[in-house]
Design a protein around this ligand. Structure first.
Ligand SMILES: N[C@@H](CCC(=O)N[C@@H](CS)C(=O)NCC(=O)O)C(=O)O
Length: 214
């Protein structure tokens, strides 16, 4: 049992969203550098706590293991009710929860198909893999367009303050050409994402994960 959170993750990955949330909370945490694609002791330790060996994985101070980025962020918002992670107002909170699950279930899931098409198609040859990736990428970009049209900035996605939905949107949109697509397809939303990651409370986390964009 540890008094702090233990976050499994690596640079440029979805663990950035949880790292940003823990940073926003000023919660004590340590990072174990780990990813399923990085052999080593971190990956071994990660696989022992999460059979999917996916990141983010968060070990709680009570020893409980949390996986699934949206669930982790919701849990942190509930454990830190005075924080800005989740809106206090029930109407706004409902939309924030909807948005978090939307990103995880739709956008993040599409990334998993693009990264590992062979997991979703038996005996896929290279042409088939590329076709799955191209179709999923187009679908991912359309999913972000719908997200941008559905979740208004007020001025942040979570509401008046930077919160969990902002962090997950800013991180999951980093991959598979989504930011480049949104820059022309949804410029206002694209500007909001840039504004989120430039927020001084979380900017160091984004700069550590995506140094070229810093
Ligand atoms: N459903 C998970 C997806 C997490 C996920 O796919 N993480 C990626 C890194 S960004 C991963 O660990 N992929 C490696 C793998 O699936 O082997 C969540 O929402 O957190």
């Amino acid at each position: 049992m540890s008094a702090t959170f233990t976050l499994f993750g690596t640079k440029g990955s979805g663990s950035a969203a949880v790292e940003a949330a823990l940073t926003l909370l000023a919660a004590p945490f340590r990072i174990v550098d780990a990813a399923s694609w990085e052999p080593g002791s971190g990956r071994d330790e990660l696989a022992r706590v999460n059979p999917l060996a996916q990141i983010p994985t968060l070990v709680l101070p009570d020893g409980g293991v949390m996986t699934e980025s949206a669930a982790i962020l919701i849990h942190l918002g509930l454990v830190y009710p005075d924080s800005p992670l989740l809106p206090v107002d029930a109407t706004r909170r409902a939309q924030a929860l909807r948005g978090l699950v939307y990103i995880a279930a739709n956008c993040y899931a599409a990334i998993g198909v693009i990264d590992y098409p062979e997991r979703w198609c038996a005996d896929a040859d290279d042409t088939t893999r590329k076709r799955i990736q191209a179709g999923t990428r187009a679908r991912l970009h359309a999913l972000w367009d719908i997200f941008a049209d559905t979740f208004p900035a007020q001025p942040f996605l979570t509401g008046a303050q930077l919160g969990a939905l902002d962090l997950l949107a800013a991180v999951v949109s980093k991959w598979s050409g989504s930011r480049q697509h949104l820059a022309t397809a949804r410029p206002a939303f694209s500007a909001l994402l840039a504004h989120i990651e430039a927020d001084p409370r979380v900017a160091p986390v984004f700069a550590r994960h995506w140094p070229a964009a810093a």
